[in-house]
Ligand binder design. Structure first.
Ligand code: NAP
Ligand code: MG
Length: 494
């Protein structure tokens, strides 16, 4: 391909593909312990069974560290520590005192943000530009935001006061390990509860670094306990009789198991589950911006986003042009080393997830859906990588249009009228998010009113703020996190 020379020493191909020199982020500020303990009652303790599992760097497939597999006895120790901290200390602290700790944690997160971002990218595989510019700043913002609420709980409801619940058991997934930990821990502490948190098996390291930060903040022992382990550890936490509240983010499948096992108890439950969220692009939309947001919504972060815009509904009159522009943009995406500052699509979090995505793509191909993937040159051989792709002109009944893939895979459909767009958008078991693209405000509002989705963006996508509630309808979950709404699951209203 002909190359155009320019003065900046960047090679540009004639179809405007840029080839950058490698720009890896330094990793030397991160110190990973070979074997990692549990954080219970303010101390680093070994698991009773002395059992470990490996955490892998998905960019290379190499082992990063050994993580303790907490047994039911360890879960019990953590819950007891949380209960003791709750009754002995934390529940008697004023809101002002609690807010001081939250502010302190937020400030230390900011001070150690580079370390947190690099470790998150090493353990999760997401591009460093995502963990550095999106995840970690939002993590600090959540602690700051809920620090501001801790002494204002009496203003949550007009004329009513609220009371904390006690001990919260919190279970989070691997796609936003630190961010999900902050969404769980910050509102729970602000509302006066103590916490036992279990991160996902494949991404425990940043939660353990957060435990170090919590230790550094001087938070009283037992207020936050972080225990590592697999599904069985999570189940032991869910079923522990002295837990007052369970907050879960993860798959709909596990969410249903948890709902069944808590239904006959007094435990409060919130579930943040999966999605199959749609962009609706009307013919009067700003096409270039919409293309960029579609790419951002499904391909950045490898599609490992619960509210990923995994479906595109585009008005028939502009569908050809839109798909053409989308293909051109996809050809310039850089898949590769997540630690490189220019990488758009990093590594899939685990071999298991990679296999799952490949299987769903292969099934959709066998089912006859029209497939496109860009010709990209530089996919690393080691590690867990996949090219971004889409299926065009899919039927609403197709599996690829209904099932969550949780990878960089888009399903495209067209529509002729707003009513058709709305009925197609609502036609899945989920209801997490949606994006509407039009230059007409009235059209956007009318469409938004009719969509069954918890979060709706207009002429943008994937924008987050701690003050704004997040959550889904139907199989996407129960309850809201973020904002004032995010405190409600952690209090009783008197
Ligand atoms: P997952 O398999 O449901 O796991 C989530 C967490 O639950 C992990 O910590 C997991 O431990 C644990 N777990 C597994 N089985 C359990 C059980 N029987 N009882 C208690 N805990 C159990 O989900 P995932 O594959 O890690 O995450 C991807 C899913 O999360 C996607 O479906 C995505 O849409 C959803 N998600 C939703 C949101 C949202 O806010 N709505 C946000 C992020 C992700 P192990 O790691 O050991 O399996
Ligand atoms: Mg890992």
């Amino acid at each position: 391909m002909a190359q155009i020379k320019n003065t900046n020493n960047v090679k540009i191909n004639s179809d405007f593909k840029f080839e950058y020199a490698p720009a890896p982020e330094a990793t030397d500020m991160v110190k990973i312990k070979k074997q990692n303990k549990l954080f219970i009652n303010g101390k680093w303790v070994s698991g009773k069974n002395n059992q470990f599992f490996d955490s892998i760097n998905p960019a290379t497939g190499e082992k990063l560290a050994e993580i303790t597999e907490a047994s039911p006895d360890d879960v019990d120790r953590a819950v007891k520590a949380a209960r003791k901290a709750y009754t002995g200390q934390w529940s008697q602290f004023s809101g002002k005192e609690r807010s001081r700790y939250l502010f302190r944690i937020a400030r230390i997160i900011q001070e150690r943000s580079r370390e947190l971002a690099v470790l998150e990218t090493m353990d999760n595989g997401k591009p460093i530009k995502e963990s550095r510019d999106f995840d970690v700043p939002l993590v600090a913002a959540h602690f700051f935001y809920y620090a501001g609420w801790a002494d204002k709980l009496d203003y949550l409801f007009n004329g009513k006061s609220v009371r904390s619940l006690g001990v919260a058991g919190q279970i989070i997934p691997w796609n936003f390990p630190l961010l999900m930990a902050s969404w769980k821990i910050a509102p729970a502490l602000a509302a006066g509860n103590c916490v036992v948190l279990k991160p996902a098996e494949t991404t425990s390291l940043s939660a353990l670094l957060l435990a170090e930060i919590i230790e550094e903040s001087g938070l009283p022992p037992g207020v936050v306990n972080i225990i590592t382990g697999a599904g069985a550890t999570g189940a032991a936490l869910v079923n522990h009789p002295d837990v007052n509240k369970i907050a879960f983010t993860g798959s709909t499948e596990v969410g249903k198991i948890i709902a069944r096992s808590t239904v006959a108890s007094q435990k409060k439950l919130t579930l943040e589950l999966g999605g199959k969220s749609a962009h609706i692009v009307y013919e009067d939309a700003a096409i270039e911006q919409a293309v960029e947001a579609v790419v951002n919504g499904i391909y950045f972060n490898q599609g490992h986003v619960c509210c990923a815009g995994s479906r595109l509904l585009v008005e028939e009159s502009i569908a050809k042009v839109f798909v053409h522009k989308l293909k051109r943009r996809m050809r310039s995406l850089r898949v590769g080393d997540p630690m490189d500052k220019n990488t758009d699509i990093g590594a899939i979090n685990s071999k298991n997830e990679l296999d799952k995505i490949k299987k769903l793509i292969a099934q959709a191909q066998i089912e006859g859906n029209e497939y496109f993937e860009p010709e990209l040159t530089s996919i690393p051989e080691k590690g867990y990588y996949i090219k971004p792709c889409f299926f065009n002109n899919v039927a609403s009944s197709a599996n690829i249009c209904r099932r969550e893939v949780f990878g960089p895979v888009l399903a495209i459909q067209t529509f002729r009228t707003p009513a058709e767009a709305i009925s197609k958008a609502n036609d899945t078991p989920y209801g997490l998010a949606a994006g509407i693209w039009s230059e007409k405000g009235a059209k956007i509002h009318k469409t938004a009113q009719a969509l069954k989705a918890g979060v709706i963006w207009a002429n943008t996508y994937n924008k987050f703020d701690p003050a704004s509630p997040f959550g889904g309808y139907n199989e996407s979950g129960w309850g809201r996190e973020g904002g004032r709404h995010g405190l409600l699951p952690y209090v009783e209203v008197k």
